[in-house]
Structure formats: C-alpha cells, structure tokens
Ligand binder design. Structure first.
Ligand SMILES: Nc1ncnc2c1ncn2[C@@H]1O[C@H](COP(=O)(O)OP(=O)(O)O)[C@@H](O)[C@H]1O
Ligand SMILES: [Mg+2]
Length: 367
C-alpha cells in the first residue's frame, strides 16, 4: 500500500526540466488542441463515431466505450489560474491528467511551453514531471510514515537536492502555509485542513511553474475550505504560477479563476472570465450552475459602471467614492444608507465612471 502511494506520488507529483523551445509566435503556457479521450478496448476504432457527433450515451450504448473528453481545446496563459468546472464524470480529472501525461490522448495534442508532451521519451518525461509541474490531490496524498518536513521536501529529494537544501526550502514553505511548529509531526497528527496545507507546501517546494490541483479543497469543511482558497489567492498574488484548478463548485471557481472552463459529458461548453460565465451562460447546463449565484459577490464596480463619457445623466450631487475593483457587496450597504450614486476611481484616484441605482438594479436582477 505504501509502495503504491509512493508510486502514485512519484508519477503525479514529480515533474521535470523540459527543453524549452523558442517560437517566434507566442505560445500559451499550456495548449490543449482538439483532444479526444475514449476509454475502452479499442478507442481508435470508436474515434470516427465520436468525431461524427455521437453523444457519450450513444457511444457507450453502441460500443461499450466511454467518452472522457470530446474535442477539447483550451489555451492557458502563464501566471493565470484556470479553473476547470463540471459535474462529477464530466471529464475534469481526465483533462488534468493529460497535462502531465498520466493519460495519453486518443487524439489531439497537449503542448506545455510549446513542447508536445507526447514527444517526450521516458527520461524527459521523468524530468518534466519533477521540474515542470507539481500536483495537489483531493485526498492530500501524504506519506503517513514521513513527517511534515519530510513530506514537503519529498519532491526536492526526487530532484536530487541535499538534505540541508531540502530542509531549508521545506521550512520556508511550511512557514508560507502557516504550519511553523508542526514540521516534525506526522500527517495523522494533523487535521484535514492542515494536511492539505502540507500538500500545498509540498507542491510549492519544488518551485515548478505549473501547479495542478484536482479537487484539492473539495474534501475540506466549508470554513477551512474558504481559508485555503484565501491562502491560495494570497500565495498566487506573489508567486504568479500557472495553476490549473479543478472543482465542481461554482463559488470556488468564481473566487479563484481568472478563466473558467466548463465541461459537460467530456465537451467543453464554455470558457470565460467569472463575469462572462455568470452574465452570459452559454447553455442550460451552465445556466443551472449560475442561476442561484450571488452576483453582488462576483461583479466589480468597473464591470457595471457607466464610463465617464456615457454618464452625463447620472446625478453627481451625492456621490460616494469607491474603488474600481470593489465587489458590489462591499459598497452596496453604503449606497443604500446614503441613498447615493457612486464615483468609481482607480488606484491612483482617477475617476473611471459612475454607478447609479439603475446600473445596480440591472446587474443584480436575474433576467
Ligand atoms: N480509467 C478509466 N476507464 C474507463 N472510464 C473512465 C476512466 N477514467 C475516467 N473514466 C470515465 O470518463 C469520464 C470522465 O471521468 P473523470 O475525468 O474522472 O470525471 P470528473 O473528474 O469530472 O468527475 C467518466 O464517465 C468516467 O467514468
Ligand atoms: Mg475527478
């Protein structure tokens, strides 16, 4: 069992130093191009049927094969958090596992910094997994027989770092996730939230540019989960890693994602910013996710304001000043108490636009 955990960890967590190809055309950090994944005894034979437009149900009924991904293309830019969301079975884990080649596509390409992961030989693949990507798992994936500091330093051990180097870096990351003092404890001495902080510290320790997080916070209690989201946002504002974060939870997607991709039965049905997703759901499936969302938590002043040159009709006698990045929920109480309109300013204090009751009403109403 322990060996299995180690192997699983080795496969998933350790990543590598791939040769970075330089291109004249700027590549995205991660490009997923027309990827199909079909599970079953003879996936290639089923591919034409899937490409011909057969649904996941039809394919299963007629061939016994399961469509995991159906013509998925996504570009993920350096330094962004890309959230992949969908119901259970929609293909999220299948997608993320293509990125470090735990799964090979039935068809299509996966390019990481311009390198096609399918072109890597065994040695390069190991190197790639050790140095290029780290992974945080839903069930933490810690070694029970290793202490916190040993768990956090494990990826560095695989990278060939000395114990002294490992411990130094591990302690920095343990501190960064707020676990100082627990470094010599074993995982079973920690709560779930603390164990996942260890998972996060371990992923940070290898200093990979890309972090893959598959339902990393889904097993945590709501309050702890919210703390972890905050921690990730804080860390990310400094580290600017490229994060692929998987969740089935809309609130989590909206809070963490710079962009969100929504999967339904293996198909990517929408990609957009949180505001795009909430304001313009592409179909009934996305609509069902967003229909009960609290828009005041998602929409910022700059999204709903009337730009200065279009705001002539807004009464400017009783204004309150708000920042362009403030969410509606942050300034709404002030607006109501003062019966005021808003003057929206940027960080330097320049006036960017105005918000009256009309804009607020429009953005908060559901239809
Ligand atoms: N190894 C596998 N063998 C057969 N079917 C699989 C395998 N892995 C995933 N699937 C199927 O592919 C689909 C997508 O699964 P998955 O990516 O795990 O979904 P999610 O992570 O969104 O819950 C599901 O229908 C699932 O049953
Ligand atoms: Mg999954």
């Amino acid at each position: 069992m322990q060996l299995m955990v180690e192997m699983n960890f080795f496969l998933c967590f350790n990543v590598f130093k791939a040769p970075v190809k330089s291109f004249v055309k700027k590549m995205s950090k991660i490009e997923i191009n027309n990827v199909y994944k079909i599970f079953g005894s003879n996936p290639k034979s089923v591919l034409p049927m899937v490409k011909g437009g057969a649904t996941k149900e039809e394919v299963l009924e007629k061939t016994g094969h399961t469509v995991g991904l159906d013509n998925v293309s996504i570009k993920i830019e350096e330094g962004e958090t890309f959230v992949c969301m969908g119901l259970s079975g929609s293909g999220k884990s299948t997608l993320i596992r293509h990125l470090n080649r735990l799964i090979d596509p039935t068809d299509g390409d996966i390019l990481i910094e311009g390198t096609n992961v399918m072109s890597l030989n065994t040695e390069n693949l190991i190197d790639f997994r050790r140095h290029k990507m780290s992974m945080v798992f839903q069930r933490f994936g810690l070694f029970p027989h290793k202490t916190v500091i040993q768990n956090v330093g494990y990826g560095l051990e695989m990278q060939g770092k000395t114990e002294e180097e490992r411990n130094k870096t591990a302690m920095e990351k343990i501190e960064a996730v707020g676990l100082s003092g627990f470094e010599n404890q074993y995982p079973n001495q920690l709560s779930g939230g603390m164990q996942q902080r260890v998972g996060l510290a371990r992923a940070l320790a290898t200093d990979t540019d890309i972090m893959l997080m598959d339902e990393a916070f889904s097993a945590l209690d709501p309050l702890i989960r919210s703390d972890m989201q905050k921690q990730l946002l804080d860390l990310q504002s400094e580290l600017k890693k490229t994060i692929v974060f998987i969740t089935h939870d809309l609130d989590e997607s909206l809070r963490l994602g710079d962009h969100i991709g929504i999967l339904n039965a293996g198909k990517l049905v929408q990609v957009g910013t949180p505001v795009d997703i909430v304001m313009n759901p592409a179909d009934d499936y996305v609509e069902a996710f967003v229909k009960d969302v609290n828009r005041a938590k998602v929409l910022k002043a700059k999204i709903i304001m009337k730009p200065v040159n279009e705001a002539n009709e807004i009464d400017k006698n009783n204004l309150i000043k708000i920042g362009e990045d403030q969410f509606i929920e942050e300034f709404l109480p002030q607006v109501v108490c003062n019966n005021a309109n808003c003057e929206v300013v940027d960080k330097k204090g320049n006036v960017k636009g105005y918000i009256s009751n009309k804009e607020l009403q429009k953005s908060l109403s559901k239809s």
